[in-house]
Every structure is written in C-alpha cells, then in structure tokens.
Design a protein. Structure first.
Length: 276
C-alpha cells in the first residue's frame, strides 16, 4: 500500500493572570508565539505564560471499495499512538492525472464507507446532467486518511526559530515529509525519501578560521545534512552571509538529493486500481 505523511505544527500560548484566569490563543506561528510572550510577560497582571506545541500528522493511502467499512458500519479508528491527543479517520476521492499524480475531487471528508459509495454512485448517475461536474470516473481513487493530533507543553527556548520554520516549509513545498527527532547530539529532522533512504538534518557549529594562529573558531548556527548517517549532503560553509541564505541552500541541497533518490514519498497512482 502506498502511504504518505504530512505534518503541520503550530503553537498555542496560555496567559495565566494573578487573579486565577487563563486566556489561550490558537494556531500561532512560532515567531507570533514569541511575540505573545514578550507582550504578556511584561504585564504586571501576568503570573506566567505557557506554551503548547500541536502537531497534526495526516497519513494518506490509496484504498479500494473492497477495503471500506461495510454497509451501516462505523469507520474503525487506529489505536491512539503514544503521546497523541486525538485520532480521526475519514475518506475522500481523488483523480489520477496522466502523469500519475493525484488531485482532490469532491467532498474533503467522507466519514464512512456508505458515504464513499453514495457519492460515487451519485457522481456516476449525474454525469449525463447538464450541470454535473463531469469527470472520467475510471480515474477516481479513494484516499484513506488518518489525522493524528499530538500535543506537548514546551518552554520558550523550545520554540523553533524562523529559519527552521522556513526550512520545513521549503521541504514540504518540494513534496518531502519530515519527522522531528531527538538524537544524542540534540534535536534533528529526519526526512524520508522514496527509496527508503533518509536524510538527517541537525544544527552544528560552523568551523571558521578565527585568528592568526590558524585555530578553528566555532561559530554556532550552522546546518549539517547527512544521508543514511554516512553521506554528507550539506554542511554550512565557513562564511555565510545570512542564516536565511544558509537555510535556503540547505533546503535546495536536500531537495536535489531527494530527486536523485526518486524524490520524496509523494502519493501517486501506483499501481492503478479499478473502483468498479
């Protein structure tokens, strides 16, 4: 079964005042969360400011009518993973394009197998109507989608900087997924590729000649990307104009290596399956 994952991360800020009340924001970018902290922590009425990190992981796989829940049955949910707050499962249709890629079609959420079958039958029966959305029904595929919501309390120091957010955004735009991890050397991002190889991205000091003695001077804030723990994909140069430029170069190097390894795990119509 072909399966891909995409994740969205956002933060909420909870402001606790000295009178026992709490006020929570929603769906904030990391930089906005820091601005909230800066604004509210300076208020005399604020007792403390807390942060919650939310991670939404959407897993998608192509399925068939035969594998849908039966007539009148509810859609079974997977077991709640460790650390997860909530899990949802639903279906939707997609169209297979000529290049094998997929594009959405119809309602974004079909909750049960009955909903899927009803919408398919309705689509087939209305193809002859003048105002129908005309589609080649042989190109329709069913997506089985699981949405898992993770939450964890974090500190101000745990919020990623804007460059890290830019990095993961660039990876996602290029069709690459990523997994946040914490290794012995510290936090890192693991980027799975289509051929089962993996790029690990971590922060590392940049070696730069710092004085006339020739001794290397460690400058923090660099990047290191390694394929399968052995092949260096990118290392920040000794002299970087800006961290943003360094991050853009890192993302470009990872995307280039991904293309050499059949690209990222982008869901495609492979193999083709009949819905009839």
């Amino acid at each position: 079964m072909i399966k891909t994952e995409a994740r969205t991360v956002y933060w909420t800020v909870t402001v606790y005042d000295r009178y026992g009340s709490a006020h929570r924001s929603t769906a904030l970018h990391a930089s906005a969360a820091r601005h909230h902290h800066e604004f509210w922590s300076s208020k005399s009425s604020t007792a403390r400011v807390g942060f919650t990190e939310h991670t939404l992981v959407q897993a998608r796989a192509i399925t068939t009518f035969a594998d849908l829940p039966g007539s009148g049955e509810r859609t079974p949910l997977p077991n709640l993973p460790a650390g997860a707050y909530e899990v949802k499962r639903f279906f939707r249709f997609t169209r297979a394009l000529s290049d094998g890629s997929l594009t959405g079609f119809g309602p974004a959420v079909l909750c049960t197998g009955d909903d899927v079958r009803y919408f398919y039958e309705w689509t087939v029966q209305t193809q002859g109507h003048a105002h129908a959305v005309h589609v080649d029904v042989s190109t329709l595929r069913i997506l089985d989608i699981t949405l898992t919501h993770y939450t964890r309390d974090v500190r101000l120091a745990d919020l990623p900087d804007d460059c890290t957010i830019s990095l993961v955004g660039g990876l996602e735009t290029g069709g690459l997924g990523w997994i946040s991890s914490h290794e012995k050397a510290g936090p890192c991002l693991r980027v799975p590729l289509a051929d089962a190889s993996e790029v690990t991205i971590s922060g590392t000091p940049v070696d730069e000649r710092g004085d006339s003695s020739g001794h290397a001077k460690a400058v923090p804030g660099g990047w290191l990307a390694v394929l399968d723990g052995a092949v260096e994909v990118y290392r920040s140069p000794r002299k970087v104009h800006t961290r943003a430029a360094d991050t853009a170069a890192l993302a470009a190097a990872v995307l280039k290596r991904a293309r050499q390894h059949r690209g990222g795990p982008v869901l495609r119509d492979e193999p083709r399956q009949s819905l009839a």
